[in-house]
Design a binder for this molecule. Structure first.
Ligand code: SAM
Length: 440
């Protein structure tokens, strides 16, 4: 069984993204339903394919300072709570919804602990141990002790019903949890938003193994798990090309970095990372070209290296742009948390001893980070004019066009107002969903 352990900075950032996106995701859909003529009940489902215990023994930072703190909830409870918030929000907006969660955990002992955590959190009367999800009544939480990769069809039979929206969290420890044939079934469904944890730190190591001959069966399996995740062995070529210092590859890279450049091992590792990630991005986009895919890399709390990437997929352009902002802010949070943890570690007492002068919050504020510059009104305005000049369109058309950019929703709205001021665009009032936009 997995032990109760403190929550790392990268896990905290992951949870923050999950919680914020679930709120925005539900909010966008309900906002769109507010004026809908069909008043049928709508269904929202959270599916946590790799649940874990549902709790952590406080933050890593607190454990370093030997502070005793309350447990912190993990993804299954974050998901259930987000849907409960959604019920309240929908009620206020006059939209009739029902919600359900499906929480899956393969390891029996961890599963039992998860049930305990759910009970501690006050959900015991909502729990049901069933896989016949159609029998769930509103608000119920299905808990399943199974290998989630083997029950995709069952899950999808439930979440692809009419008037249903689903959010899947696919957050395993390694590549065996993200075989392509499992992931693709889910992400290609309309009204299904998905967050995938791609455990990058394991990949270069397994790449090294992949080049060796006569691997022992268990090591061969670990390599094959990555091939299954990519759906082919193409990823091994990236390792091969780099390890053979393939001339063409270096030539191309030299074009980017300048001719005289001598590659350090860190740079090669960075290039490798970029290639691996591009390759996985291609895998996901080849599954469904209408998907918007967003990603963020998160670092180990104590090493300056990527531990995992979160890939988020959606068919909703509004959701895609909302993710841009959530992921941007997630990097700022990561910066702050890693700074705090490192400072706290330097001043921590020896293990087991109480901290006489633990650092206060105001002593843990990091210096202002170097923030990447954001696009200007002119830049976004130009993209919009190039695309829509002379046309009358809706906000939906505009967002769809911009889904694969890195703009925030607020930046797009600002650019639309800017164009209006420049007399290049006409629209009434605020740039809302059903507003009509006439580009000159
Ligand atoms: C990284 S942890 C999940 C953390 C959790 N999502 C959170 O953020 O709090 C992965 C969990 O998946 C479980 N697991 C591994 N393989 C699985 C499978 N095939 N199906 C379901 N659960 C699995 C492990 O036992 C472990 O508890």
């Amino acid at each position: 069984m997995a032990d109760l352990r403190p929550r790392d900075t990268q896990t905290k950032v992951k949870h923050e993204i999950l919680s914020q996106y679930l709120d925005v995701w539900g909010g966008i859909i309900i906002g769109g339903l507010k004026n809908s003529k069909r008043k049928t009940q709508k269904h929202f489902i959270y599916v946590d394919c790799f649940s874990y215990l549902g709790k952590y023994s406080g933050e890593k930072e607190d454990s370093v300072q030997n502070k005793s703190v309350d447990n912190i909830y993990g993804s299954p409870i974050i998901g259930v709570m987000a849907l409960d918030r959604l019920v309240n929000f929908a009620q206020k907006m006059g939209v009739n919804i029902r919600v359900n969660s499906v929480l899956i955990e393969k390891d029996k002992k961890t599963y039992e602990e998860l049930i305990k955590t759910l009970s501690e959190a006050g959900f015991s009367n909502r729990l049901v141990e069933i896989t016949d999800f159609h029998n769930l009544s509103s608000g119920q939480i299905a808990i399943v002790n199974a290998d989630s990769t083997t029950i995709a069809n069952k899950l999808l039979a439930y979440t692809t019903q009419p008037d249903t929206w689903a959010f899947y969290l696919i957050d395993p420890y390694g590549p065996s949890g993200i075989p392509r044939n499992f992931v693709e079934k889910i992400i290609r469904q309309e009204r299904h938003d998905v967050m995938i944890n791609f455990i990058y730190e394991d990949l270069p190591r397994k790449g090294g193994l992949a080049l060796k001959e006569n691997l022992k069966p268990e090591l061969k399996q670990q390599v094959d798990n990555w091939s299954n995740a990519f759906g082919s062995e193409d990823w091994i070529n990236i390792v091969r090309v780099l390890s053979e210092q393939d001339n063409k590859f270096i030539e191309n890279a030299e074009k980017e970095y300048g001719n005289e450049h001598q590659f350090t091992s860190e740079e090669i590792a960075d290039i490798k990372e970029q290639k691996f990630v591009e390759s996985y991005l291609e895998v996901l986009s080849s599954i469904d070209s209408s998907l918007a895919i967003k990603l963020v890399n998160l670092k180990f709390s104590d090493k300056d290296r990527t531990i995992f990437y979160l890939f988020l997929t959606t068919h909703d352009a509004n959701g895609a742009l909302a993710l841009n902002e959530i992921l941007f802010n997630a990097k700022l949070l990561e910066y702050e948390l890693r700074y705090r943890l490192q400072l706290v570690k330097r001043t921590a007492p020896p293990p087991g001893q109480p901290h006489l002068f633990p650092l206060q919050d105001n002593e843990l504020i990091p210096p202002k980070p170097e923030s990447p510059s954001r696009p200007t009104n002119e830049e976004i305005g130009k993209v919009l004019m190039d695309r829509f000049s002379g046309q009358q369109v809706t906000k939906k058309d505009i967002l769809k066009e911009l889904a694969n950019t890195f703009y925030f929703r607020s930046e797009v709205d600002k650019a639309l107002r800017y164009l209006r001021k420049q007399n290049l665009l006409e629209f009434e009032g605020n740039p809302r969903q059903y507003t009509s936009f006439t580009f000159h």
